[in-house]
Design a protein around this ligand. Structure first.
Ligand code: COA
Ligand code: AMP
Length: 279
């Protein structure tokens, strides 16, 4: 793993962010990766006013290698059932009802002070629900992560077998895997701000990545991410340093399974390692 580079793309129209993605690749794949990211920026339906590509050498920093969180696809019929299951799962992981209610209400309303979606994630005290991020318009963004070639091949096959072919799932799983290893992290909750994309997830090291087909109504453009942290061990500087700058490569896929009984799944979630949850 020599001469690795972080390549990041962001694109905007009228100064509004419309697309972002990133890779970690060796020097000999810089050109093709930049081209692919430019193509990605241009595939959004509206031509971007600006595409910014940043290429940084990782120098001598060796990426942490991680196994992807196990994926659980939970069958829920509607938003209400999805959110109830997500809430029960988060509670089993140690997030308080109050923190969950605050998180969901903020995501519904637009979590930034201006009532818009944030540019990154909220950080919430998992016990009190207090918001800890310094800038509530921006929040915190995880960066410097990617799948290795082998990891990507394996996860793409597994997700495709499960009917999840959209690149968004693969990228969200990589992000959630990096985030789950952050110091002080308890669990993450996410639903997209894309009005056409109703799926969302709750994720943690202990439970894996639990995907819900619906966590919001179609047509709703409000969404975002919440990082619930343990106030007893959370330290903002270490948290930010890890999430924003520490390179992470996901080299192994986890398991992937459909669960039809949310009740039973919730009852099994208890903060143990995922492989134990299913035995
Ligand atoms: N929403 C809105 N604005 C964004 C944004 C987002 N998601 N990401 C970047 N921007 C804009 C902001 O104006 C930002 O300034 P800020 O730091 O004050 O918010 C500016 O671009 C620079 O952002 P920065 O993160 O420094 O840019 P970057 O070029 O280093 O990285 C991304 C950009 C989008 C690649 C990176 O932030 C990111 O989100 N990586 C993860 C991508 C991914 O795989 N997501 C999975 C989603 S399923
Ligand atoms: P998306 O998954 O792209 O639909 O993004 C949903 C929400 O997640 C955005 O509105 C942001 O609030 C937040 N977000 C976007 N990128 C990141 C990131 N890299 N890290 C943490 N949160 C993010």
């Amino acid at each position: 793993m020599k001469n690795l580079y972080s390549i990041r793309m962001r694109a905007s129209v009228r100064e509004q962010h419309i697309s972002g993605a990133e890779r970690i690749v060796p020097e000999d794949r810089l050109g093709e990766t930049v081209s692919a990211l430019v193509a990605r920026a241009s595939s959004k339906g509206c031509p971007p006013d600006q595409i910014v590509i940043t290429v940084d050498s990782l120098k001598d920093i060796v990426p942490q290698q991680r196994r992807a969180l196990d994926v659980v696809m939970l069958s829920v019929p509607d938003v209400r059932a999805g959110r109830e299951s997500a809430s029960r799962i988060l509670q089993r992981l140690g997030v308080s009802v109050r923190a969950i209610e605050i998180a969901m209400a903020q995501l519904d309303r637009g979590a930034s002070p201006s009532g818009n979606n944030m540019r990154g994630a909220m950080v919430l005290d998992a016990s009190t629900g207090e918001r800890l991020e310094r800038d509530r318009e921006r929040g915190v963004r995880a960066s410097r992560f990617d799948w290795s070639d082998e990891g990507e091949r394996k996860i793409s096959r597994l997700l495709a077998d499960a009917g999840l072919t959209h690149f968004r799932t693969r990228e969200a799983l990589a992000l959630a895997t990096k985030v789950a290893h952050a110091p002080g992290m308890v669990a993450e909750l996410c639903w997209s701000d894309d009005p056409d994309y109703t799926a969302g997830y709750a994720a943690s090291l202990a439970m894996g990545y639990v995907r819900f087909p619906v966590l919001k109504q179609k047509g709703n453009g409000r969404g975002g991410r919440v990082f619930f942290v343990d106030p007893n061990v959370f330290e903002m500087e270490a948290f930010l340093a890890y999430l924003q700058t520490r390179p992470v490569l996901i080299t192994e896929a986890g398991h992937c399974r459909q669960v039809h009984d949310p009740e039973m799944f919730c009852a099994q979630v208890n903060g143990r390692r995922p492989e134990k949850i299913f035995t």
